[in-house]
Ligand binder design. Structure first.
Ligand SMILES: NC(=[NH2+])NCCC[C@H](N)C(=O)O
Length: 404
């Protein structure tokens, strides 16, 4: 149910159908954990100014609400989910890793997490806990003595902000992603809990599984109903793409899955860092890869998967989508500007409807080319949000989009 009381059942068949319900995470105290010593490991490129990041995120959410979109916040869903004792038990179980902290600290952490209320539990799950914050364990622990007080007994999840990656809705099913980087693995335990126990999702079916080969939502693009592109690179593995395709075919959610190799480097973490859809037949794409991006086409065949290609991505995509041509909005940028704006998530747009996208304001050139091509660009500021290397698409997980 949305605020007006009308039902908006989860349903996403495209990248650009009018957005109705979206899952965001307002960044919180987990961002305050970032230091120059841990930011690499926690996948941030700079230390964000937290208040400003929150203000930027509030403005992002407001832009969506102003257009009638129901914004659901992950932190609130988690608190509501944890009212269910089964969810609480599962949450504690998934948060404590004896291999990391040993049995004594694990016991202390478990008993602490089991006694706090759901708000404090949600906060600990997201913002983590340091050894210093953990109530003193009985007896003496080597682990505690050999760690610094500010080391983490429970690691924080600063990348939870990028709700795109930890779950993906395809049709009326949700796939909880299997995240590749250790710093992000616990995120899927949280989305998994929410989808399993929050009453809002009690009727939602699952696709794929959190314990399968790595697939991250930023790599998954719903090019058209029945056509899914999936980037394969630093995060999503070939095995992940293949089993995701099998899962799509088994549930009749897709007839074609395009596996798209992307360079394994920081600038192109996911497919959506170099290419996003801005209209039913158009993408904005990093110019440097426009002519080199390829795709393997996967289709169901006799209970297995038929693989063809690789072929140029634009050709296979248009073919699978049943259109003559997939338009690339020509940002026509010189290589240096293009590289700068790609790094700052210029190609990472969130479509609110065909031809209407949210983009970071700082990517001045890309945005003006989009507008020249007839795309409405809703600008948001993201100087602090972008320190985690993610733009409007990364920061949003569409739950309901109207059909085209
Ligand atoms: N869909 C995306 N492109 N997400 C970007 C995620 C960035 C995040 N810091 C990571 O390295 O995982």
């Amino acid at each position: 149910m949305n605020e007006s009381g009308s039902t908006t059942e989860p349903h996403v068949r495209s990248e650009v159908g009018p957005l109705r319900t979206v899952l965001l995470h307002r960044p919180g105290n987990e961002l305050k954990r970032l230091t120059p010593r841990n930011s690499d490991q926690l996948l941030f490129d700079a230390i964000p100014w937290v208040d400003r990041a929150q203000a930027e995120h509030d403005a992002f959410a407001e832009v969506l609400r102003a257009r009638g979109i129901d914004v659901v916040l992950l932190h609130e869903l988690l608190i509501e989910t944890l009212r269910d004792p089964r969810a609480r038990a599962a949450a504690v179980l998934s948060a404590v890793d004896e291999r990391e902290i040993g049995t004594d600290i694990a016991d202390a952490l478990r008993s602490h997490l089991s006694t706090v209320d759901e708000r404090a539990l949600a906060e600990a799950l997201i913002a983590g806990m340091t050894f210093e914050e953990l109530p003193a364990a009985e007896g003496d622990s080597l682990v505690r003595r050999m760690h610094l007080p500010h080391d983490f007994a429970l690691t924080p999840l600063p990348n939870l902000l990028f709700t795109r990656d930890s779950s993906v809705w395809v049709g009326d099913r949700v796939a909880v992603a299997s995240l590749a980087m250790p710093a992000r693995r616990r995120e899927s335990a949280i989305t998994d809990l929410i989808y399993a126990y929050h009453p809002r999702f009690s009727r939602s079916g699952r696709a794929y599984g959190a314990h399968s080969a790595p697939v991250e939502g930023g790599d998954v693009l719903l090019l058209a109903p029945g056509v899914v592109a999936i980037g394969v690179g630093e995060r999503t593995t070939p095995a992940g793409a293949e089993s995701f395709a099998r899962s799509m075919f088994a549930d009749d959610l897709a007839h074609t899955v395009l596996a798209v190799p992307i360079t394994q480097q920081r600038a192109s973490i996911h497919l959506d860092t170099v290419c996003t859809m801005v209209a039913e037949d158009a993408v904005v794409m990093y110019p440097a890869i426009q002519h080199s991006l390829t795709a393997y086409s996967l289709r169901p065949k006799d209970g297995g998967v038929d693989v063809s290609g690789p072929e140029p991505f634009l050709t296979s995509a248009a073919h699978a989508m049943g259109i003559d041509r997939l338009r690339v909005i020509d940002t026509g940028l010189d290589p240096v500007t293009a590289e700068r704006e790609q790094w700052e998530d210029g190609n990472n747009t969130l479509a609110l409807a065909p031809g209407v996208v949210v983009a970071y304001e700082r990517n001045v050139e890309t945005n003006s080319r989009l507008e020249a091509a007839g795309v409405e660009v809703v600008r948001i500021s993201g100087s602090e949000l972008g320190t985690g290397r993610g733009g409007p698409r990364c920061m949003s997980c569409p739950i309901t989009r109207e059909s085209l």
